[in-house]
Design a protein around this ligand. Structure first.
Ligand code: ADP
Length: 492
């Protein structure tokens, strides 16, 4: 009797395994951190073997913790840190170099060169992305160009590239499957999101042999089985999606215009645009939300560099709170911001302003300004930046969204969520399970095997914790007007 779906959440700092039951409840979780390597300024690496070992430990430990028999696991879904690039030797199964992590900037110069050569147009029109060191393409190129003899081996078909999902599946199937799903492929800068193929022209520009690349599969499909030696049972692997896309699915944002925003260190906002691969006018990314039974659903994605990080700054640098959640009580002491606006440009300003050199500002201080006003303005600034992005996404997509689904650490702040609802003039909904990334991967896996019959069934499992109805007033308007005026004052 199959009772559970196992979700593997291969994050940037840890490997997690989470077991969900048929009602979508989290039964048990296990987590193991792995080492972050910073070999040079701007370089970030992980050891792929350590990623695999920590993931394996998490899998074994969650089964133990939950006191279940592995035969009760229906299927496995995988969600992962995106763009992180691993290249390994197919004969030995050993990585040829460390994983180059999405944060790694070593290929920034290559990207500048490509931009100078006027390549932005072909890359963005085909991949929906911008030419940036963030994506896998130039990282693969770096490995091929820097490991002696590797290119010849690659041309011979003896080398494999994969993002972390691919690498885990290769190991889980003991080298039987070299696959990735369409969402992960859509972050590589070499995948054409319109025709669903690795793009020959882009591969030629980057000098990457096609033989390196994984087969691209659906996000919800049985792609292989876990080798019996691992858990003593051959469990199907049937769900794969990059972390933000998995979260969008886990939030059941299934219709065009549905949006989820994750409030963590930064904010990750992603909107379902249906069968329409919308091209942003604001340099936001077009990406694949998921591919099911060959049908692609697209999304538009924008991020804010500083969100919860501003609250950390208030805690650690100006010490107006001792812990992040305290910001809510402090901000609640006052009814409004007292005329204060914070522009949270602690690491530049992203979409739609795009000023990497902008620095933050606190404006409108008077003798009456208290730390509570600063706290409130801080929360407002996170909601204002999210509003900026969501409004532009709506314009880009030509759809109006009806409500915002939220998750991430700072989404537990009720005042922030109410401010967000007021500023957007739309309902904000927080789910019971905020582990939406892992839940999304589980949903995709269980949907493929028939553990869950349809997305209608899944929608019934998605449970609301709390919703925040918009209640805008004159003060809301004045917050927005002050913001519009003041944010432009810091742009260089
Ligand atoms: P990440 O995954 O980026 O590490 P999390 O989703 O764990 O982030 O959220 C942590 C962030 O959220 C921190 O930056 C912290 O300052 C902020 N945070 C956590 N709780 C609250 C809260 N109640 N109010 C405001 N910010 C919060």
């Amino acid at each position: 009797m199959k009772k559970y779906v196992l979700s593997l959440d291969a994050g940037t700092t840890s490997s997690r395994a989470i077991l969900f039951d048929k009602s979508g409840n989290q039964v048990a979780v296990a987590q193991e951190e792995f080492t972050q390597f910073f070999p040079k300024k701007g370089w970030v690496e992980h050891d792929p073997i350590e990623i695999w070992k920590t993931q394996l430990n998490a899998i074994k430990s969650v089964v133990k913790k939950a006191f279940i028999n592995p035969q009760e696991i229906d299927s496995i879904g995988i969600t992962n840190q995106r763009e992180t690039t691993i290249v390994w030797n197919k004969n030995t199964g050993k990585p040829v170099y460390n994983a180059i992590v999405w944060q790694d900037r070593r290929t920034a110069k290559t990207c500048e060169y490509l931009l100078d050569e006027g390549k932005e147009g072909i890359f963005s029109s085909k991949t929906g992305l911008l030419i940036d060191a963030y994506f896998s393409g130039t990282k693969i190129k770096w490995i091929l160009d820097n490991i002696p003899g590797l290119k010849d081996l690659a041309i011979n078909g003896e080398v494999a590239f994969g993002t972390v999902d691919s690498w885990l599946i290769w190991n889980l199937t003991k080298g039987v499957k070299h696959v990735t799903d369409a969402t992960n492929a859509s972050r590589t800068l070499i995948y054409n999101i319109h025709n669903g193929e690795w793009d020959d022209e882009l591969l030629t520009v980057l000098d990457i042999p096609k033989s390196l690349l994984p087969e691209v599969v659906n996000s919800s499909e049985i792609v292989g089985t876990v080798n019996e030696s691992i858990l003593g049972s051959e469990i199907p692997i049937s769900g794969i999606a990059g972390d933000q896309q998995a979260a969008l699915f886990g939030q059941m944002c299934l219709k065009p215009g549905d949006v989820k925003n994750t409030y963590g260190t930064g904010c990750f906002c992603i909107m379902n645009t249906g069968s329409n691969a919308v091209r942003s006018q604001n340099r936001m990314l077009t990406t694949i939300a998921w591919q099911i039974k060959g049908k692609v659903t697209y999304a538009i994605e924008g991020s804010i560099f500083t969100a919860g990080a501003l609250i950390q700054w208030m805690r650690d640098q100006i010490n107006i709170i001792d812990s992040a959640p305290e910001i809510e009580d402090l901000a609640n002491i006052v009814d409004d911001n007292g005329g204060v606006t914070i522009v949270p440009a602690l690491s530049g300003l992203g979409a739609p302003y795009w000023d990497p050199h902008a620095t933050g500002a606190i404006m409108g201080i008077t003798r009456g300004t208290s730390k509570a006003h600063i706290a409130r303005a801080g929360l407002e600034s996170i909601a204002l930046r999210s509003r900026d992005i969501i409004i532009e996404m709506q314009k880009d997509a030509g759809v109006e969204f009806s409500n915002l689904k939220v998750d991430g650490g700072a989404s537990n702040n009720n005042l922030l969520m109410q401010i967000q609802a007021d500023l957007l003039n739309s309902k904000v909904i927080r789910p019971k399970i905020t582990e939406t990334t892992a839940l999304g991967a589980a949903f995709l896996a269980g949907l493929a095997t028939g553990f869950w019959k349809s997305t209608k069934d899944l929608e019934k499992l998605w449970k609301e914790d709390q919703s925040f109805e918009p209640n805008p007033d004159d003060k809301t308007e004045s917050i927005i007007n002050l913001w519009k005026d003041r944010v432009y004052r810091i742009i260089s």
